[in-house]
Ligand binder design. Structure first.
Ligand code: ATP
Ligand code: MG
Ligand code: FE
Length: 344
């Protein structure tokens, strides 16, 4: 099937066009520049930017793919989770396009899109597989038997998402927003063993109840206390070492529990997705540990990890292949859509 996917859940306006597992176009416009001075995404600003970018991005994607819209087998769009006002812009565009072309509409889950995108780079995914979804708003360990209708959540963060922790730690180190890419860069210059920061929910008494869950708020507090102590003592904060040590703590706990999940459920394949899956340390440590555990690891290239339209189109293809019914034209956006609801 040939599917056009529209993404607008946060600050990226994305349109992707996919035929089967083949990526034909992936155009993204970001309003990130407009949010930097606020230190986070401002919903009203994001919605307006989506409105302005939607048609140009749609046109760029269709011309890049060299297709005629009449050839499409359907329109897939992010129905949630995300910012309400931002989601509505993409959903309205998708509905207009679907009804004008007389094509089926598929309102799909943004998080499942992060899981599906690897198909475009490495082909069909062997099932069952485990997956780590690490993004700006979510951190979950998943068991997947079918991307279209078989995602179960085995564990998730009980407080902050990993990406959120990156963004908060960057702020307290005086680094710009978004924190992920900047900390990744600073960490490359620092010593990851300089400071031993805590690994959340790994103590024996926590593992009994939270074996596959994560917690990052204690880590953030530990970094904040450490930095304050240095500042009060009049010492210069070694930003690169703090960044490297923080990043090591995040990558260590994320990968340790992922390997544990594969062992517990006998999973031979594992996949990562979401914006934080672009992190260089997470990628190498996970590769090392999965190889040692005899698990085959799938990592989409960093450019596909962050929000884009291709991931939504890739998921749309899976939903069509699974023979699922298209969405009603009346569907609304759902800002809190759970990862287990792939199609609305
Ligand atoms: P969600 O997918 O949960 O709705 P989102 O769409 O806002 O949230 P993504 O675009 O998937 O999130 O990811 C953005 C997050 O990824 C940000 O928190 C950003 O700091 C983080 N990130 C991006 N690149 C890196 C990197 N190299 N290392 C660590 N974190 C990164
Ligand atoms: Mg974004
Ligand atoms: Fe995302």
């Amino acid at each position: 099937p040939l599917i056009l996917g529209i993404e607008s859940s946060c600050d990226e306006t994305g349109v992707g066009i996919v035929r089967g597992n083949e990526l034909l176009a992936n155009e993204v416009a970001s309003s990130m520049e407009q949010h930097i001075r606020f230190g986070g995404v401002v919903p009203e600003v994001a919605s307006r930017a989506h409105l302005e970018a939607m048609v140009p991005v749609l046109e760029a994607a269709t011309s890049k793919a060299g297709i005629d819209l009449s050839e499409l087998d359907g329109i897939a769009v992010t129905a949630g989770p995300g910012l309400m006002g931002a989601l509505v812009v993409g959903l309205s565009a998708a509905k207009a396009l679907a009804s004008w072309l007389g094509k089926p509409l598929y309102g799909v889950n943004h998080l499942a899109g992060h899981v599906a995108v690897d198909l475009l780079e490495h082909g069909d995914l062997p099932m069952p597989c485990g997956a780590l979804l690490v993004s700006g708003g979510h951190t979950s360990l998943l068991k997947v038997t079918s991307i279209a209708d078989g995602i179960t959540e085995v564990g998730s963060t009980i407080d902050d998402a990993a990406g959120e922790a990156y963004d908060k730690v960057a702020r307290l180190l005086g680094l710009p927003y978004p924190g992920g890419p900047v900390i990744d860069k600073a960490a490359a210059r620092g010593n990851p063993a300089a400071i031993r920061f805590p690994r959340g929910l790994t103590a024996r008494h926590d593992m009994a109840k939270h074996r596959f869950d994560y917690s990052f708020s204690g880590l953030k507090t530990a970094v904040s206390r450490w930095v304050e102590t240095e500042q009060q003592a009049g010492r210069e904060v070694p930003v690169d070492d703090v960044a490297a040590s923080f990043q090591e703590a995040v990558a260590d706990v994320l990968t340790a529990k992922a390997v544990d999940l594969c062992r517990e459920y006998g999973l031979e394949h594992f996949l990562i997705g979401g914006g934080v899956a672009a992190n260089s340390r997470l990628r190498t440590l996970l590769a090392e540990r999965m190889e040692a555990a005899g698990v085959e690891l799938r990592r989409p290239r960093p450019g596909l990890c962050t929000d884009n339209g291709a991931m939504i189109a890739a998921l749309g293809v899976q939903v069509v292949k699974a023979g699922l019914r298209p969405s009603s034209m009346d569907i609304g956006a759902d800002s809190g859509l759970p990862v287990t609801t792939v199609l609305v």
